[in-house]
Design a protein around this ligand. Structure first.
Ligand SMILES: [Cu+2]
Length: 256
């Protein structure tokens, strides 16, 4: 996607005059603005939807330069332009809306400030479904805490816990293989809460969690042997039971 520069004879003459005599031929000073880098990078597969989209160019751009964000159906979602806050005026910026999982393309029209040469191009990126799961934090037990049975695991999430848990009938699953599980196909949530203690995964149903504060939920573990235990929490994929989010981890000591 290239556009020819509209270089007038007059401008070209001015540039030629500006080149000091005696130097070897240089690359033309009126070279088109080329995209140097972008954020997200071209082809990036993101876990989190980007808060800002930027493209940096090789030379100063005119204010008429534009950049547009499209979804996979070529629907324009947002439009942006020159980021005047960046010195040198080489950055085009879009503040996108909250993006759901999917593929996106960004098309830019860069107009050089010195000669009005127009250059066009595009880059694309995708947002993975994992970006759609809400944050999950392991609040308790605190790291290196000394705790007694029954050990209370407290998680914090702004998400709707009833949509983020398995059904009541789901039994604790030994190990992490997930073999033989029916998964959460059909109408169930796409991910579910995993609380993993020393490699044994618990998938509590919503009614097995006690609300203990705003967005905070407690789950009481079965009796643990005295000693050190590692507890992990994450959102697990309903079909694979593998983590579909960051894994929060803590180590505590059960004293009895
Ligand atoms: Cu699971």
């Amino acid at each position: 996607m290239r556009a020819l520069a509209a270089v007038t004879a007059g401008l070209l003459a001015a540039v030629v005059v500006a080149v000091p005599a005696g130097l070897a031929p240089l690359s033309p000073a009126w070279a088109h603005a080329a995209m140097v880098k972008s954020s997200p990078a071209n082809g990036a597969a993101l876990k989190q939807a980007p808060k800002v989209i930027q493209a940096t160019f090789s030379e100063e751009l005119d204010k008429a330069s534009v950049m547009r964000l499209y979804d996979a159906h070529q629907k324009m979602l947002a439009k942006g332009g020159l980021d005047m806050s960046v010195a040198g005026h080489r950055v085009l910026k879009i503040m996108p809306p909250a993006l759901t999982a999917g593929s996106y393309s960004v098309q830019w029209v860069a107009i050089s400030s010195d000669d009005g040469a127009v250059e066009k191009g595009s880059f694309k990126f995708s947002v993975a479904a994992a970006a759609m799961v809400p944050p999950l934090r392991l609040v308790a037990p605190a790291g290196h805490a000394q705790v007694k049975n029954p050990v209370a695991v407290v998680i914090e999430t702004p998400g709707d816990i009833s949509q983020l848990t398995m059904g009541r009938a789901m039994a604790p699953m030994p190990g992490m293989s997930g073999g033989g599980m029916s998964g959460g196909t059909g109408m169930g949530p796409r991910v579910h809460l995993h609380i993993v203690v020393d490699g044994t995964a618990y998938m509590p149903a919503a009614d097995q969690l006690t609300k203990v504060g705003p967005g905070r939920y407690q789950y009481l573990l079965p009796k643990l042997a005295a000693g050190v235990h590692t507890i992990k929490v994450f959102w697990a994929d309903n079909s694979t039971h593998a983590p579909d989010s960051a894994v929060e981890s803590t180590t505590c000591t059960v004293t009895g």
